[in-house]
Design a protein around this ligand. Structure first.
Ligand SMILES: [Zn+2]
Length: 299
């Protein structure tokens, strides 16, 4: 399950249109045992742009591939400088109504699990528990030589100390935490090695061109097998890492429901696609179910 840097999926014209009626989602949640699969679209309302939606960042941003990262010290300097700056923006992002609704569904025992393609930690910040981070987390760092894991915050503090005065203005920020900086802006950035062995550090996220760890995939497959429905939130399902769980569910006859404003690569397999903003759709569903989101009294 390798992530591919080419993301040129175009929706077929004969796809069924989306609806504005979230009732099937409400019904599925009422029955319980729903597995959530979330993508970048869930975090756009927190100010983190999507790759592909309206104003998506892929139009101006090519994510770094694993192969590029390994190939040169220059690529790693560019990556760490941009990611170091981007993380500051992520640190300011707060969970939105969609994340809070998912956490509330979990508290009310309506979910069997949450798998996210996002690396921003906002599900957990909203209070969701046992979240499977399919593409890893920006908040962990791993050494490619000795395999030691460490907290990103610790590395960030070391990078701050090694790069006093590094405070360039970014042209934009991307869902992988990568800020848009020019080569000139990153030219003097100092990259730091592993404190244990001096090896190359990488964030514990799955880069494009890299495989999702097999044990993690297997765990997700088990979650899909055990779910009574799969609810996709804010993902175009363009990369296979998410799409194959939709296909697995569809093959097994497990209902797939999608909430995404634009058509997705999984629409053919779905019972319905609700084309509403995530926060609006999930708040409506929570109200109908009588689930209180963040102490807000449900209608
Ligand atoms: Zn090391």
């Amino acid at each position: 399950m390798r992530l591919r840097p080419t993301l040129s999926w175009t929706p077929a014209e004969d796809l069924p249109p989306g609806t504005t009626d979230p009732a099937p989602v409400t019904d599925a949640l009422r029955a319980g045992g729903v597995l959530v699969l979330s993508g970048a679209g869930l975090s756009t309302e927190s100010g983190i742009p999507d790759y592909r939606g309206e104003g998506g960042s892929l139009s101006r941003h090519t994510p770094m591939t694993y192969q590029d990262f390994l190939a040169s010290a220059g690529a790693r300097r560019r990556y760490w400088a941009r990611s170091h700056l981007g993380r500051r923006a992520f640190a300011r992002a707060l969970p939105n109504a969609g994340h809070r609704a998912v956490a509330a569904f979990g508290r009310h025992g309506l979910l069997s699990g949450v798998i996210t393609q996002n690396v921003d930690g906002l599900h957990q910040a909203a209070g969701s528990e046992g979240v499977v981070e399919l593409h890893g987390s920006l908040e962990r760092v791993v050494c490619l030589s000795c395999g030691t894991f460490g907290p990103r915050g610790e590395l960030a503090a070391r990078l701050e100390a090694a790069n006093p005065g590094f405070d360039p203005v970014a042209a934009g920020i991307n869902p992988d935490g990568d800020a848009d900086l020019t080569d000139e802006q990153v030219a003097d950035f100092r990259v730091l090695p592993c404190t244990v062995c001096g090896g190359i550090l990488k964030p514990d996220v799955v880069f494009f061109g890299e495989n999702v760890p097999p044990q993690r995939v297997e765990h997700c497959r088990t979650l899909v097998r055990e779910a009574s429905a799969l609810l996709v939130l804010g993902s175009s399902l363009t990369v296979m890492s998410g799409l194959r769980f939709v296909r697995q569910a569809a093959r097994a006859g497990t209902p797939v429901l999608i909430v995404n404003r634009d058509p997705t690569r999984g629409d053919r397999h779905a019972l319905t696609r609700v084309a509403l903003p995530l926060g609006t759709a999930l708040t409506t569903v929570a109200d109908v179910l009588g689930v209180s989101v963040d102490g807000r009294k449900a209608a």
